[in-house]
Write a protein that binds this ligand. Structure first.
Ligand code: NAD
Length: 353
């Protein structure tokens, strides 16, 4: 295969972890005889520094014509005084919307040897391997009307979903569950919200097309609790935008460092693959960033973006190998681990491939 991959390193540790992920993609290309056409463009603070908008037009155009996009992180405190619509982070919302990536997949798993890295007892975390599918382009974050009435001292946001918006993300979640352990939990607040009642109705109807997948429904508050005391009981979780925003952070946090978490955002065109963490200005440029989130995002790019499942499995196995051999960046360091830099961990993962 020859795939065109657009790299958007962004700000802070973004360039460091994207460079690590590129090394891994190159190792995979060599092993499986694929060639990648890699192009790099600026986004976020890196673009604002050149007096361009946070998402420059040519960056967006390149994203739309790529086969897949790998993003590092955006965010730079020197632009904190700008209005939210002009800050580096505004590029994220815009590129997601422009690419139409409506399904956000956030896997959360316990890596071998890292059962102690998270806040839970190792025996509670053991065996955790779930994917949260979050609807990314609808709901409260986009619904109109919205706004503040300073005079009246009131503010409003609108949670709105249409049947097609629910259907398309539900099909992604069922399709994913089919390739995994065939258990899907749809999360809503149907005891209080009409939007959730529609959500539950549509998900239940679509389940008829996937009789091999077991569907259950759970209220969001109950799901939040269960993620903390029995994370290993979940396979695929499907939910709307805001509930997914909150639950995916919780699911990630129970597994340990933010630096371990990948994500994929999928739609009708090129997918957007990015680690969950931000630009981490406190450790940028010091070789301390954990590259696993970005490298695991590259694995998702291979499988969910390009359909290269064997290649993605090789990346995951190589991450497991490097972590099992005791290599640790500072964020996951333990008494028995060996402290390594971003590039050393990436090199070990490449060597394992
Ligand atoms: P952050 O994720 O950048 O960092 C939070 C903490 O986690 C920091 O202590 C950081 O050192 C650590 N951390 C993050 N990634 C790590 C990694 N790979 N390895 C080791 N440690 C890691 O979140 P923040 O500090 O709240 O935000 C910093 C900037 O990033 C802000 O400008 C924010 O808006 C932006 N941000 C961007 C994204 C994104 O690009 N998707 C996401 C979140 C935050």
């Amino acid at each position: 295969m020859n795939a065109r991959i657009l790299l958007l390193p962004g700000d802070g540790i973004g360039p460091e972890v994207v460079a690590a992920a590129v090394q891994v993609l190159e190792a995979i290309g060599k092993k499986f005889s694929h060639s990648w056409t890699l192009t790099s463009k600026i986004i976020g603070g890196a673009a604002l520094r050149q007096n361009l908008p946070a998402l420059p037009d040519d960056t967006l155009a390149a994203a739309k014509t790529a086969d897949a996009v790998l993003l590092g992180a955006v965010g730079d405190s020197s632009f904190d005084a700008l209005p939210p619509s002009s800050r580096p982070e505004s590029a994220l919302l815009k590129i997601r919307k422009e690419l139409g990536v409506f399904a956000n997949l956030r896997p959360a798993r316990s890596w071998p040897g890292l059962e102690h890295a998270g806040p839970l007892k190792p025996e509670v975390l053991a065996g955790t391997d779930l994917v949260l599918v979050r609807e990314l382009l609808g709901g409260l974050y986009y619904g109109e009307p919205r706004g503040q009435d300073a005079g009246a001292g009131t503010a409003v946001n609108t949670m709105r979903y249409s049947r097609p918006e629910i259907e398309r993300v539900t099909r992604v979640a069922f399709g994913l569950a089919r390739k995994r352990r065939r258990q899907l939990v749809s999360v809503d607040k149907a005891n209080v919200l009409e939007v959730s009642q529609l959500w539950r109705k549509v998900v239940t109807e679509i389940a008829a097309d996937y009789p091999d997948v077991t569907l259950s429904h759970q209220l969001v508050d109950s799901c939040a609790m269960k993620l903390a005391f029995a994370p290993a009981s979940f396979d695929v979780i499907l939910t709307e935008n805001m509930f997914g925003d909150i639950l995916s952070d919780e699911a990630g946090a129970v597994c340990g460092s933010l630096g371990l978490l990948p994500s994929a955002s999928l739609g009708p065109g090129p997918g957007l693959f990015e680690p969950v963490h931000g630009s981490a200005p406190d450790i940028a440029g010091q070789g301390k960033a954990n590259p696993v989130g970005a490298i695991a995002s590259a694995a998702m790019l291979l499988s969910d973006g390009l359909g290269l499942h064997e290649e993605a499995a090789a990346v995951t196995a190589a991450i497991e190998h490097a972590l099992s051999s005791g290599l640790r960046t500072a964020d996951i360091m333990s008494a028995s681990g060996r402290l390594v830099s971003t590039t050393e961990l990436a090199a070990a993962i490449c060597a394992a491939i």
